[in-house]
Design a protein around this ligand. Structure first.
Ligand code: GLU
Length: 276
């Protein structure tokens, strides 16, 4: 069950401040989609509970957030495009996607190339290990073989946290999970949300476990073209409504509930940043 710490009133206040600062009318915020009824959204395709493609079906928390935002923006067709961690900034900058909703942490470095609406969720970096592993946190990683993904904050953070770590970087987390399950690598590090999804997958049940000691704060934003404040405001408006009308809570329960992932109600749902 989700206990909401930030009240709807706080969200509304944050929104009002953002709108006042912007001072524009509704604007439409069509972004790179060319003003028609469709919108292109970058998501992950292999992260159960967040962004998962099975046949022509897309599921996950990010997918629910993307669909809600698109609908609020009057878009009747959502085209999902795979957005691997390393390609997210480029996909936005080149106009191949209008939005990225893909476990995408807001960072100053990324803000040099793209802008972010949100945050709409706060996760924390953790470790996924074999069920019988003795690894309890980053301090146990010395001399161990660790896996993460190129272009992620997870890889960057762990290099700083454990300078001597033996890090293998793949392009997707599902490849890391497979390597850990086969005993080829000792641990996968990324956001606890993502790890919980793998640990609950049928093929890994009882074989992999999440350590459960988060060592970073990952603020998930919705990436969009740098400087498109009107689009950012539109997205934030939709996110505010999603929390207020209960759709955010429902998306959390639908997508994280099955994996038994406990959402930190002290930080979620988060207060939105002002668009800039
Ligand atoms: N949230 C982190 C990031 O944006 C890790 C998850 C991911 O790579 O999508 O880098």
């Amino acid at each position: 069950m989700i206990m909401r710490r930030i009240s709807a009133a706080a969200f509304t206040l944050a929104l009002a401040a953002g709108l006042a600062a912007c001072g524009s009318d509704d604007g439409g915020g069509d972004g790179a989609s060319g003003g028609d009824d469709s919108i292109k959204v970058g998501i992950k395709f292999d992260q159960p509970g967040l962004g998962l493609k099975e046949g022509n079906t897309y599921t996950g928390f990010d997918v629910d957030v993307a669909n809600y935002v698109a609908k609020e923006m009057g878009k009747t067709k959502v085209e999902f495009i795979q957005a691997p961690s390393k390609q997210r900034e480029d996909l936005i900058a080149t106009g191949q996607v209008d939005l990225v909703v893909a476990t995408y942490s807001i960072t100053d470095e990324r803000k040099e190339k793209v802008s972010f609406a949100g945050p709409y969720f706060i996760a924390g970096q953790d470790l996924l290990v074999a069920a019988d592993s003795t690894i309890k946190g980053p301090k146990d990683l010395d001399g161990k073989k660790l896996c993460s993904v190129t272009g992620s904050t997870s890889a960057d953070n762990v290099k700083k946290e454990v300078p001597g770590v033996n890090l293998q970087e793949f392009d997707t987390y599902s490849k890391c999970a497979e390597a850990v399950s086969k005993g080829q690598l000792d641990a996968l590090t990324t956001d606890d949300t993502i790890l919980a999804g793998y640990a609950a997958q049928e093929q890994y049940k009882g074989k992999l476990k999440v350590v459960g000691a988060p060592f970073s704060e990952e603020r998930y934003g919705i990436g969009l073209k740098k400087g498109d404040t009107a689009l950012c405001e539109d997205v934030n408006k939709a996110l505010t409504k999603m929390v207020e009308d209960g759709a955010w809570d429902k998306a959390v329960e639908d997508n994280f509930g099955p994996a038994g992932f406990k959402v930190d109600a002290k930080t979620n749902p988060p207060k939105l940043d002002a668009c800039s």
